[in-house]
Design a protein around this ligand. Structure first.
Ligand SMILES: [Zn+2]
Length: 587
């Protein structure tokens, strides 16, 4: 792929205004970006193709002509048969020179029913697959795949049932059972033992890879949060950016742990409400430690130059989560393990954003603090502890909403070793993001704003460093700039356009204003996406949005992203979007 990289560097050199190296542009080229290798294996029925040739060349794949864009880009979606799929690409330039190359994509056999001529239990699809801690009444789900039509049992001869094939992708021989943990169970890190017997009396056995430990109900397990920005997951879900987060919390918070699956502890927050936390974010405490609990003491509400502060006296650090309402404007903080004994709330005259505070017990162990705010928009808040006193700091709406008064943090996504998405021409997302952010910086500074950058060059920077940098600054608004891409099995021509993202509902208006302005560039609308699990959308501390400019994987979108004039237009529209948001805050 050396040639591909070279061409990409040349293209960006041109679009980023750098000196273009002397390239023999008449030399015919044929580079592939996706698949990245000449031989690829997949379990999927389709694979995306992306690459570039010389502009004006005629490109064919297995005889079918593909459109070559003015950048030289081409893209397609390839249907795959099970087994080897051979694709031959040929490029012919107007002068009659030609180049050809072949690639192989192997589509794996889909998972098939286990053999019937040999009695066997397979490892694939076996559950539990990960370590588990369970308590009385928990349900343990067990499963294995083996020879169909036999008699399956687990543990001490407990029966398993063969699932109807239509419920498991047409597979026969999937055996399942659910076991409810009883009071007398005493598993100590043991695997689940499976047994399969055929009609002739032959038997095979196998142990699950996941080991199970029963923890006693009457000995509470507690732990304390450790590390930088520990968080609580809502469940065991996963996606590209990690599972859905209930709350980012702080170190030193006591948690009641009631189970474990794989590398996450189950946290009992309140009756009927669990969360999960990665094991590295918790330090276990010695047996005999009381589970988290506190009565709430007196509160105070006061303000300094920039923040209003609500303080609640507690006996220890308890876990919390928060959510917002936008009409009317409210912040709700749920404290788990707290019961009210608050008979004294002092509202000092120095508080200006928080107009009212009150509380309500919404469950046996859940104490809800509600803050009513003076303005229609929330400008940020953070929750922490000072000793064991809970502190909710609410950022006031800036006194002046002129762009000249704003400090805007811009984050150019990826960088350095992290290239981000790669376009058909070989252009890298990290370069497109940075080039756009630098133009946006110029545009915002021309309008009088102060701009902070998480990176101003091609440096490798972790998402945590980016976030910590922004939170330590005095930025009023945070924007992350990325360019989008599809996966390897999506049709590259089917997905394109501009989109903006937010996590917290209170920051949706910023993302909508920016999207509305960006649509004026003529880019298609990919959408406005909420509850988005991107780390730089996670802070409640300041209004923030993620902008995905357009799709690197769509050749026309990519062509636009490589055009400096177009990027300048994007930068202007984003700046318009910020100004529009500020005007709406004024109303
Ligand atoms: Zn990205």
């Amino acid at each position: 792929m050396a040639a591909g990289t070279f061409i990409a560097a040349w293209l960006l050199g041109v679009v980023l205004g750098g000196a273009s190296p002397s390239v023999d542009r008449t030399l015919l080229r044929l580079n592939l970006v996706v698949p990245a290798s000449d031989s690829t294996t997949t379990s999927l029925a389709r694979h995306r193709l992306a690459g570039n040739t010389s502009p004006g060349a005629l490109l064919r794949i297995n005889g079918k002509e593909l459109r070559v864009y003015p950048t030289g880009a081409f893209a397609d979606i390839l249907d795959l048969e099970v087994g080897e799929n051979l694709f031959t690409l040929s490029a012919v330039d107007p002068g009659g020179d030609s180049l050809a190359r072949s690639i192989v994509i192997i589509r794996e056999e889909p998972l098939a029913t286990s053999r019937t001529d040999t009695l066997l239990i397979e490892e694939v699809m076996m559950e539990p697959s990960a370590e588990q801690w369970v308590r009385q009444k928990d349900l343990l789900r067990v499963q294995f795949k083996g020879t169909p039509g036999c008699t399956a049992t687990f543990m001490d001869s407990l029966p398993m049932h063969e699932v109807a094939p239509e419920r498991v992708r047409g597979l026969r021989g999937i055996y399942r059972a659910v076991y409810q943990v009883g009071a007398c169970d005493s598993l100590e890190g043991e695997p689940v033992r499976f047994r399969l017997q055929d009609s002739l009396g032959n038997v095979v056995t196998k142990e699950s890879p996941g080991r199970v430990t029963c923890i006693e109900d009457w000995i509470p397990v507690t732990g304390v949060t450790v590390g930088d920005r520990p968080y609580l997951n809502c469940g065991l879900g996963r996606d590209r950016l990690g599972g859905t987060k209930l709350s980012y919390i702080v170190p030193g918070i006591r948690l009641s742990l009631t189970g474990k699956v794989g590398s996450q502890y189950r946290v009992a927050l309140a009756e009927g409400m669990d969360a999960w936390i990665p094991e590295e974010m918790v330090e276990l405490e010695p047996p005999g430690t009381y589970p988290p609990f506190s009565l709430t003491g007196s509160w105070s509400v006061s303000g300094d130059e920039k923040f209003d502060e609500v303080g609640v006296m507690l006996a220890e650090r308890l876990p919390y989560s928060s959510f917002q309402e936008i009409n009317p404007t409210r912040i709700h903080v749920d404290l788990y393990g707290a019961v009210p004994n608050t008979n004294w709330i002092t509202l000092h005259g120095t508080a200006r954003e928080v107009t009212n505070v009150h509380y309500r017990q919404v469950g046996t162990n859940t104490f809800r603090i509600t803050l009513e705010l003076a303005h229609r928009h929330i400008w940020g808040y953070d929750i922490s502890y000072e000793g064991t006193r809970l502190l909710i700091r609410v950022r006031r709406q800036p006194a002046s909403l002129e762009i000249e008064e704003m400090t805007i943090a811009l984050d150019a996504g990826h960088g350095g070793e992290n290239e981000g998405a790669i376009g058909s021409t070989g252009a890298m997302e990290k370069d497109v993001n940075l080039a756009t952010v630098l133009l946006l910086k110029e545009e915002l500074e021309d309008r009088g704003a102060r701009v902070l950058l998480t990176r101003s060059g091609d440096s490798t920077l972790s998402i945590t460093d980016r976030l910590n940098g922004v939170l330590a600054s005095d930025a009023d608004i945070l924007l992350s700039v990325h360019a989008n891409s599809i996966g390897v099995s999506t049709d590259p021509h089917a997905v394109r356009g501009v989109s903006t993202y937010y996590k917290h509902i209170c920051y949706r208006p910023l993302s909508v204003s920016i999207l509305d302005e960006l649509l004026k560039t003529g880019l298609r609308r990919f959408g406005n996406v909420g509850s988005f699990n991107f780390r730089l959308n996670s802070p409640t501390e300041l209004p923030n949005a993620l902008v995905e400019l357009a799709f690197m994987s769509h050749p026309e979108d990519e062509m636009k992203l490589l055009d400096e004039e177009f990027r300048r237009e994007l930068a202007e529209r984003i700046a318009d979007g910020i100004e529009r948001f500020l005007e709406e805050c004024e109303e």
